[in-house]
Write a protein that binds this ligand. Sequence first.
Ligand SMILES: [Zn+2]
Length: 395
Amino acid sequence: MNNINHIKYCKKCIIPETRPHTEIGEDGICSGCKYFDQRKNIDWDKRKSELIKVFNKYKNKGNNNYDCIIPSSGGKDSTYQALKVLEFGLRPLLITVTTDMLTPIGRKNIDNLKNKGVDYLEFSPNPVLRKKINKLALNTVGDITWTEEVAVSCAVTRFAIKMGIPLIIWGENPENENGGPEENADFFDDIIQKHDDEWFETFRTNGLKSSDILDTWKKEGVKDIDLQPYTFPDKNEIQKNGTIGIFLGHYLPWDGHKNAEFSIKNGLTTYEKWVEGNIVSYENLDNYQMRIHDYFKFLKFGYDRTTDWCCWKIRRNRITRNEAKNLVKKFGGKFPSTYLGVELSEILQEIDCSLDEFNLICDKFTNKKLFKCNNKNELIKDENQNLILNNSEFF
Ligand SMILES: [Zn+2]
């Protein structure tokens, strides 16, 4: 097996070429930086008037109380989205797909947002089945929060259809914010109608389809109806309802840090310090399992949430590239022994997984080409279980 000793990193930010869907061009610049750079040429006043046009099309229309749905975790971005939409005079229905391990801060922030004066729906897919799926997803595709991510797209779109509310307002376009194929980076509306199942599976399911789960557990009595929260609705149903999704970030300049400042002013509770494995105190506060999700990104691709935040901050001139390297060196890629102060073993108990079992799953998903191994090709770990990147000299 050839080791990867020299991963290519974007020259402007520090995203590695190993990030899925990211391209680093011949000029050494990644697609995320390229798309961000293009934002300075955007006429944001024009975009705002385009947004008003979209809103006017859906305001007070249809046979229901609501003009739109906002998928919401109660976090910094959804608080910003909801309050902005209220400013524009729309009547939104907020929908939270509650996380498997909702934290007290997460609960507080959901309640904070409710108390801004909105109708709010909390949907909790069958927790018994969800725990099982989270373990299966961890074991098969290395993603413990698969259910949360998939249900946000699938269940929310199903509610939109069932309730006859055609407009869904998402936050940022992840493929524009972080880099992705050019043809997806400019999507701003009709996200749901224009994209097909293949797109959904490529960009939203992390390699595990609900039909795979059904195949695995059919004999145990799991039916396809049980997996509806994780199955994207039929295209015909979507078209019949006229469901469209827009990215608010296409119309109003998107900045996660500013969203946080805005939301904190509006009552968002943050963690008392930087969240473990991150360099901010104000995101991913609603789910104890999030750090495991991020750690698997590190095992598979050699970077984690610390790098993501450094890249967003570099692009917005909040830190230099050298400062970012030092931050990643200090905080990035660490074994997730706690999250929000809770021990890993306690977090794993939720999905009936022991620490030994977890370590085996970690090793299974670790890309050995990226990390230092001994001469028996076994991963080298320090006393805190941390791995060592082959190219750690970069940092
Ligand atoms: Zn970049």
